[in-house]
Design a protein around this ligand. Structure first.
Ligand SMILES: [Zn+2]
Ligand SMILES: [Zn+2]
Length: 124
């Protein structure tokens, strides 16, 4: 699977932002250790928040966020659609739900107690 950089059309994207999944070429990437980000903004998200789950739609992410808020966990989500004017079906699985790093274990407990935690790792 290769995508092109959205800023530099014609450049093959070498990686993708770990926060919003936007494809990034070598010129665009903000590298922090092993993590790649599309911007300084998303780098600061990546350092204070941890990825909890990725879901198919932002509506799903919003529902999980509402459940987490009831447990006083301040979740947030990002998706590529924020960054692109049009996107195809192959990008549907790219809404990422983040929670503050200290709340990761608690957020996992909240969602698994509600049977809401999407199992998206290695299922294919
Ligand atoms: Zn990003
Ligand atoms: Zn680029």
């Amino acid at each position: 699977m290769t995508s092109n950089c959205e800023v530099h059309s014609g450049q093959i994207a070498a990686t993708a932002c770990v926060v919003c999944a936007k494809p990034l070429c070598a010129e665009c990437v903000v590298q922090d250790g092993t993590n790649a980000y599309c911007s300084e903004d998303h780098r600061s998200v990546g350092t204070s928040y941890a990825l909890l789950a990725s879901v198919a739609t932002w509506a799903e992410a919003e529902a999980l966020k509402a459940n987490l808020r009831q447990a006083n966990i301040d979740a947030t989500w990002y998706c590529r659609a924020d960054n692109v004017s049009s996107y195809g079906m192959e990008d549907a699985e790219s809404t990422m739900l983040f929670v503050p790093r200290p709340d990761v274990a608690r957020a996992n407990n909240v969602l698994s107690a509600l049977n809401l935690l999407p199992s998206n790792e290695g299922m294919l």
